[in-house]
Write a protein that binds this ligand. Structure first.
Ligand code: HPA
Length: 257
């Protein structure tokens, strides 16, 4: 079974013993850049979310091409990571959150594979948005190593970006029940569900959200925490990917049944 992995930069060397083979995958939505990695005996298709050299901002990522490319390369399960700010005071910078719900505050991104062009209207169920099997694999892989720094559930709120939020927005989002805020989780998840792929993400808290700490948020702060947590993130992803099995009966594979 091939496993898809979508992450920011700094994951290419997840399997440093493996010589990655790079592929440009053509899709009806444009090209996606993929790296084929030999992952302790199984194949992982890594997609750097922000493209080569981290040049694509969150609102310009070609989410449809990325998900379509993973499906075309026979990935049935997709593990993702996202950097997030935390609204929940129990979730500290450096913590990992295996989110189980989302709120969508994106504004201008293509949001579906079903645009009605071919006369097909589809509404995908989102009762359990993130695959429970992958979330459980992430939890088991991370529990011993990360202890209290691993949160097994949480609500992810996706903003349009690329700016960070205002403190007033963060106050509103807290009232709505958000635990963490990011810019790249949606529509990626929604498209994976429409494509019948199992998908879950582990979020890495890189900062407290705007207004929760007094200091302004800087890109350097986000990058600094991600660098500091890279070894643990790598270990978590490797253990999860090694343990993951596919289940043809998983509800994720039957989104419109
Ligand atoms: N807000 C939105 N996206 C983010 C943040 C944040 O505070 N930190 C990392 N990604």
């Amino acid at each position: 079974m091939r496993i898809g992995l979508i992450a920011g930069s700094g994951i290419e060397d997840l399997y440093d013993d493996s010589e990655p083979r790079r592929r440009t995958v053509g899709t009806p939505y444009g090209d996606a850049e993929a790296w084929l990695l030999d992952a302790d005996g199984r194949e992982v298709v890594f997609l750097p979310r922000h493209g080569k050299g981290h040049g694509v901002p969150p609102h310009r990522i070609n989410y449809r091409a990325n998900i379509r490319a993973l499906a075309a390369l026979d990935c049935r399960c997709v593990v993702a990571t996202n950097a997030v700010g935390s609204l929940n005071l129990n979730m500290a910078p450096g913590d990992f959150v295996i989110v189980d719900q989302f709120l969508d505050f994106t504004r201008q991104r293509p949001l579906t594979f079903f645009d009605g062009d071919d006369g097909i209207v589809r509404h995908v169920d989102m009762t359990e948005p993130y695959c429970p099997r992958i979330r459980e694999a992430l939890r088991e892989a991370g529990e011993a190593r990360l202890g209290g720094a691993l949160h097994p559930a949480g609500t992810y709120l996706c903003c349009e970006g690329p700016r960070f939020e205002s403190p007033a927005e963060i106050r509103m989002f807290r009232q709505l029940g958000a635990d963490v805020v990011g810019m790249t989780g949606i529509p990626e998840l929604v498209l994976a569900r429409e494509a019948g792929l199992c998908y879950a993400t582990v979020c890495v808290v890189s900062n407290r959200a705007a207004g929760i700490s007094d200091a302004p948020i800087t890109h350097e702060e986000v990058v600094g925490i991600m660098d500091a947590r890279r070894a643990d993130l790598h270990a978590l992803l490797r253990a999860t990917i090694a343990a993951l099995t596919d289940d043809p009966d998983c509800a994720c594979h039957h989104p419109f049944d």
